[in-house]
Structures are given as C-alpha cells and as structure tokens.
Design a binder for this molecule. Structure first.
Ligand SMILES: Cc1cc2nc3c(=O)[nH]c(=O)nc-3n(C[C@H](O)[C@H](O)[C@H](O)COP(=O)(O)OP(=O)(O)OC[C@H]3O[C@@H](n4cnc5c(N)ncnc54)[C@H](O)[C@@H]3O)c2cc1C
Length: 735
C-alpha cells in the first residue's frame, strides 16, 4: 500500500520554478501544483530524441523504462556530478539503477565550477594553520585529529586527480598555475596564521611537498625568476616582482565530464534521464519506496519504485529532504562563487595564476579555459538559488583583484566581460549523526533511520568518483569498479585524434582539437554528421558561431545525447553561453532551427524554446553591467576613470580642490571648507596639491566613512553609464 507525502508550499514551488526556464515547463508546474483545474497539462511531444547512440538507449527509451512497473534496486535523484557518479557506480556493480535530474545534467553547480580537478592546496594551508594554532596546546588530541582528517582528505583529492588524468585523459589536462610574489614577507599573513607571513619563502617547499602527495605523478612544481616570468607570462606586472612559484592542477570542461558520467551510466544499464523531477515521496509504511516523478518536458507524471532512494541534490538537497520529512533539520548550506570570462589575451594559453591573498582573503583563480580567461573566486556562504546571474558587485570585485597582478597597460575593463555566472557549493553536515560523532570535512552521507532514504552532499567535483563509491558501498557489498571505467569516448581515444580528424574529415585544426577533447573517440560520430562548409578549407564543420570551434553537427549530436532545449545546447553541450553570452544569444535562432528539425518541433515550440533561451542566457553577465542593487564601492578601473574624467573639468589629468568642490556641489552635497580640505587631503597622498588617477582610485576603494566618498558611492551606484552619471544629482551633474 503506497502513501504519498507532497511538498506544496509556495516557497518551495517558487524556488523550484527558478530552474525551469521554458514557459511550457513553468505553466506545467502551475497546472500541476497550484491550479485546482483538472485539465491535462499541455504536452510537449517531439522533445525526446528516438535516435540511440552506439550502446546507449535514446532518451525516449529511457523514459519508457522509467515509466515501466519495474522496481529498481536504487533510485538516485539529482543528475549533477554526484548523482550521475552514483548512478554509474551502482550500475557498473550490476545493480538495477534509475536516476532522474529535474533540469539538464549539470544544469546547476556541476557546470559552474572553476573547472579544476584540484588536490586542495588551500585545505593543506588552512589545516596546517589549524595545527599550529594555540589549540594544539589547549585541545591537542582534537586539533591533531582535525589536522589528520583534513590532511587525509587532501591525500584523497590527489588520488582522485591522478585517476582523472590517467584514466580520463580525453576530458582532463594538466594546467600550470603561477603564484607571483612581489615581497618575501606578507603582512597581514594569509590563512590566518602568523607563520604564513613567510609564505613567499615557504611556497617552493610547500609546493614540493604538495607534489609528493601525488607520489610525484604530476609535473614538478618549479620557480621562475622575474625574467623567465616576463617571457612566460608577459601579462603579469613585473614592476616589483621577486619570483613566481608554479605548481600543477588538472583542468576539465565540467559540464562535459558530467554528461560523460551520466551517459556512461546509461551505457552500463542505468535508466537515467534529464528533465524528470521527483515531486513526492512514495512510502511503504514508514519506508520510502520510490517517488512520484514529473517529466518536465511532456508533463507526464508517473511513479518510480525502488528498494533504496538516494538524494544527490547538491545545494538543493534540503528541498528534497522536505519531501521526505517536512520537519527535516537543515543539513546543507550553500556557498556562492562567481566567475567572469574575459578574452583569452589576458592570460597565456598554457598557464594560469592563483592569488592566494585577495583583499578579502578568498582565493582567486585566473585561468586559461576554452580559449578565454576564466577568473573566479572560492565561495561566500549564502542560501542557494538557481539563477546563473552573478551579482555586479562580485563581477567588479573580481575585475579589481585582477588588476593587482596585471601589467598597468593591461587594465581589465568592465566591457571586457564576455560572460559571468555563479554557482552554489553544497557544504554539508550530518543531521542524523549521534552526539559526539566526528564532523566530516568533506562529503556527508547520511541515512534517515525511519525512511531509509540516504543523502549524499558536499565534497568537490574532484571527488565525484570517491563520493559515488562511498554512497553505493552503503547499499551493496559488490566491489566498486569505477577506477577501471573509461568514461564515454575514452575507449579508442588517443592524443593524435585531432590530426586524424583533420586528415579524414577536413576539419579546422581548432575544431578537431575541440571535438576530440570533448567527445574523445565519439568525435568520429560527430564528424559523420558534419556538413560541407563550401570552402576550400576547412572542408567540413559549419560553425555555430564564428570565432568558436563549435559546429552545427554538435547540435544534432547533442539532441541524441538527451539535450532537450536550446539553452542546453548553448550552455552545457557547447559552452558558448558560459564563454560569451552575446555570441550565445546570436546563435539561438540557428540552434533552434537545427533542433526543431532533429526533434520535430512545431513552430510554436520552436518560438517558445527561443524565447526561453533568450530569457535564460540574459541572466549570464556580459559587457554591459547590470548595476541594479549593486554598490560601486569596488568599481572597476574603467568606471573610476569615467568618474575621474567627469570631475576633471579642465581635462588636466589631475583633480584640484575646486574641481572636487564643484563635483560635490553638483551631486547635491555642498561641502564646508573644512570638509573639503579633509576629503582632498585624504585623496592627495603625495601632498602635491593635486590628485592623480591612481590616488583617486586608491581613495575610491577605501572604506566608507560617512563623508564624501560614501556620498559619491551612493550617488554613483544608481548610475548605469557616464551619461547617467552626468545627470545624477538633480540635473546637470558633473558637467
Ligand atoms: C563557484 C564554485 C566553484 C567550484 N570549483 C570547483 C573546482 O574547481 N573543483 C572542484 O573539485 N570542485 C569545485 N566546486 C565544487 C563542485 O562544483 C561541487 O561540489 C559539485 O559540482 C556538486 O555536485 P552535485 O551533483 O552534488 O550538485 P549539483 O551539480 O547542484 O547537482 C544537484 C542536482 O540535483 C537536481 N535536483 C534538485 N532537486 C531535484 C528534484 N526534485 N528532482 C530531480 N533532480 C533534482 C538539480 O537540478 C541539480 O542538477 C565548485 C563549486 C562552486 C560553487
């Protein structure tokens, strides 16, 4: 006898709706959850590809399997790195597996990472800082245990990084990362411990130790002098550079790795599908025995039954847990991190940079990725949302931090931002742990003793395989096999594939390299779908967007790899929206046309798909800032130049007292002579009676103190561009 528990709360529905971009999908949710009308939801036929890939059932077949009366050994909810990994692990151990994802695979956190398979240099530093604190004397046993736990986690990350690089070589590569030092002693010290004031001197040794944790399987870390650094990383500011330490991490295309894991799970027999959402739990007595599922593309509702249910909802795990128990204590905290994408010329194509000591203590990575420069932060704690939109404050903070290391003639401008997005890292704690149980530093696996539902959350992209192994070990004694498995496209791949693709299919060199790094040996199948360009060279591979290596054949292939929406193709199957939001918008009509042909969409569906894609891709940042609600306290250098130039009435390149006084008056807060002198003297740090652009920038980025700076910040935060700036302040502002 099945009983159903359902979450129908406006807050929950609203949060869930944010992920569903397509108007058809949103109306479906309304029909299903909020309306009392019995009329059936609009159907969305033709969204399922019926064309199977070699060895992998089509999405249509997968839905048929999920809708069947079968009882699965395990049902996994969530198709990010964690859920897809668990599905692959369980299926490869011979279990009968179902796995559902409410959006596209990797549509949330797993496509919005820094793209590093990293072994945890930061954790090594913070755990050492913990060990060397006064707690070592106050609580020695606990402190040593904490350090050891953290240290073993780093060792685990090294093992997983090695596995990814050696076994999944078509999806991963080494990336050298430079840490520039312009002083030998840093104060205040990074990582919260005075010993790290010596970090510049210690770094080469710390990094050698870091290499040793991989048993030296990584390329060795090394040190570059200023001259070598100038040749290798000409974009760096070399003015005060003392030396640069270089170490290695692995890099990947996260959304592609996620899809490769999900499709490999399908290859091993899992019934897995995207756009299928768990909406209610099914219970047999108190034990969970499955879920009620909603196909977000067609509106079909059906039950999926399983002996065991695993939640792998990343930062949304608590929402899933509410389906099981409306009173469930929170277990997963979100921590947001934003990234901006800049043109590739800001970074060498084969070396990144790490700022370990940003103005607010976060790490900042500056990495070459897919021909562009990816700059992003580690995270800030806040509740998880689903929108990709990165707050303008964060974008500006990132751009300002970049300026610290780049050569002065390479100031990053706000208009250089090609795309910007953010994600929420799941940080988990075990709500079912007995008092006194050790606190996990990494992923948490917890089983509800009443319902038997297990959740897994936390961890990192790097540890997806280990997390999957740990959670599946909870439900079977069969041995884990994932270390032996090459992900989709890995079998038959070798490093010469780009050359062979170019020779056989007449592909451009960049297209061939992109196809082999994305699809591995399956790139041959993509090439078989490619159309002639009509040019002398390249002969095949019509581009989706000029200047990007994505070709139209990939759109057709993506449909067979379960892509259902135009946004799927532009965000995750290709990474165009992540790399260049404007170029992605331009590509929407053509992608929609190809998908409509492949999936048999009507004109209405095509139009609705295009509208949703425009709407969703507009949430990614771009060259035009959306400053609504943002504070320009940390304005970009370009913003500051514009403000400076607007105040500099005589265009001398310097501000004098009169110009500052005029600016304040025009902004609507005239100053007394005393106030003016105080503000001006604070700006004029060289005490030469005039304020240079550099002095103005330093002053602008100082802390608000209720005086002129704060008033200016407040005024300018409402302005969108310099024309607006000139109007702020009741009319003819700033001349
Ligand atoms: C800014 C940032 C940078 C990062 N950088 C790195 C890095 O460089 N290296 C690294 O190792 N790690 C990194 N991480 C961490 C890593 O990205 C995450 O640990 C990992 O992606 C989490 O995967 P997940 O599957 O647990 O969560 P998610 O990817 O969020 O997957 C959960 C899925 O559950 C689905 N879902 C939710 N509710 C339902 C439902 N009712 N029915 C069906 N499906 C549902 C969601 O749609 C979602 O797709 C970073 C994280 C952030 C935020």
């Amino acid at each position: 006898m099945f009983q159903r528990s359902r979450i129908v709360g406006r807050a929950i529905v609203t949060a869930e709706m944010q992920v569903l971009r397509c108007p058809v999908q949103i109306s479906l949710l309304f029909d299903r959850r909020l309306s009392t009308s019995a009329s059936p939801p609009p159907s969305y036929p033709g969204s399922n590809s019926t064309v199977p890939l070699k060895g992998i059932p089509s999405r249509f077949e997968q839905l048929q399997r999920l809708k069947s009366d079968d009882t699965y050994d395990v049902l996994i909810i969530g198709g990010g790195a964690t859920g897809s990994g668990a599905a692959l692990d369980a299926a490869s151990r011979g279990l009968k597996v179902a796995c559902i994802e409410r959006g596209d695979f990797a549509s949330e956190t797993s496509s919005r990472s820094t793209k590093l398979i990293w072994a945890g240099i930061r954790y090594l530093a913070t755990s050492a800082a913990g060990l060397l604190s006064k707690n070592l004397f106050l609580k020695p046993a606990e402190t040593i245990k904490d350090f050891w736990g953290e240290f073993m986690m780093v060792v685990g990350c090294h093992r997983e990084r090695r596995y990814m690089l050696e076994k999944q070589e078509h999806l991963t590569k080494w990336i050298p990362i430079a840490i520039p030092f312009d002083k030998y002693i840093v104060w205040p010290p990074p990582f919260g411990h005075p010993l790290f004031a010596l970090f510049p001197l210690l770094a080469p040794f710390v990094l050698k130790f870091y290499d040793s944790l991989s048993q030296f399987s990584c390329p060795p870390s090394y040190v570059m002098g200023p001259q070598q650094a100038k040749e290798k990383f000409p974009q760096l500011s070399h003015r005060k550079l003392k030396f640069v330490s270089v170490f290695y991490e692995a890099q990947h295309n996260d959304a592609r790795t996620n899809l490769a894991i999900a499709l490999s799970a399908a290859e091993h027999g899992a019934a897995i599908s995207n756009y299928v959402e768990a909406t209610e739990m099914l219970f047999d007595g108190k034990k969970a025995c499955g879920v009620k599922a909603l196909d977000n593309m067609s509106g079909d509702e059906f039950d999926i039954r399983a002996k065991k249910v695993i939640f792998a909802g990343g930062p949304y795990t608590d929402l899933m847990r509410k389906m099981e128990d409306a009173e469930a204590k929170p277990a997963v905290q979100g921590a947001s991190g934003s990234h901006v994408v800049l043109p590739g010329y800001y970074c060498p194509s084969d070396m990144g940079l790490l700022d370990y000591n940003t103005s607010d203590g976060r790490f900042l990575f500056f990495l070459p990725w897919q021909g562009h420069t990816l700059v992003g932060t580690t995270d800030k704690k806040c509740d998880a949302e689903t929108s990709a939109s990165a707050p303008e404050d964060e974008v500006q903070w990132i751009l300002n931090e970049c300026g610290k290391y780049l050569s002065k003639d390479l100031r990053v401008r706000r208009s250089d931002v090609l795309s910007a997005w953010r994600g929420w890292r799941p940080l988990a704690a075990d709500p079912h742990a007995p008092p006194g149980a050790p606190v996990s530093r990494d992923h948490v696996i917890s089983e509800n003793p009443e319902s038997g539902v297990i959740f897994i959350a936390g961890g990192k992209w790097t540890t997806w395989r280990e997390m999957a192994e740990d959670v599946v070990n909870r439900i079977t004694d069969k041995p884990c096999r994932t270390t032996e498995i090459k992900l989709l496209g890995g079998d038959g791949y070798n490093k010469n594939m780009p050359i062979r693709l170019t020779q056989k299919h007449g592909m451009g060199v960049d297209v061939a390299a992109h196809l082999s790094n994305t699809y591995g040996a399956r790139a041959w199948d993509v090439c078989d779908l490619s159309r002639p360009t009509g040019l002398n060279w390249p002969k095949f591979g019509v581009p989706v967007s000029s200047q990007y290596p994505y070709i139209e054949a990939e759109v057709v292939y993506a449909c067979r790899e379960y892509a259902c929406t135009v946004e799927d193709v532009l965000s995750r199957r290709t990474r165009l929206a992540f790399l260049n939001s404007e170029a992605a918008k331009d590509a929407i009509p053509r992608v929609a046309e190809i998908m409509a042909e492949e999936l048999g969409w009507s004109e209405d569906i095509k139009a609705s798909q295009m509208e949703s894609a425009y709407e969703y891709i507009s949430t990614y940042g771009g060259p035009v800032p959306d400053k609504a609600g943002a504070s320009l306290r940390s304005a970009t250098f370009r913003d500051i130049i514009e403000i400076f130039n607007a105040i500099d009435e005589d265009g001398s390149g310097f501000l004098d007292r009169t110009e500052v006084e005029h600016a304040a008056t025009k902004l609507g807060f005239p100053m007394s002579a005393e106030e003016l002198n105080a503000a001006f003297d604070e700006m004029d740090t060289s005490h030469d009676g005039r304020v240079s652009l550099e002095e103005f920038e330093a002053w602008w980025n100082g802390a608000d103190d209720g005086g002129l700076r704060e008033k200016m910040h407040n005024e300018f935060s409402f302005a969108k561009d310099i024309d607006d700036l000139k109007k702020v302040g009741g009319g003819a502002m700033l001349g």
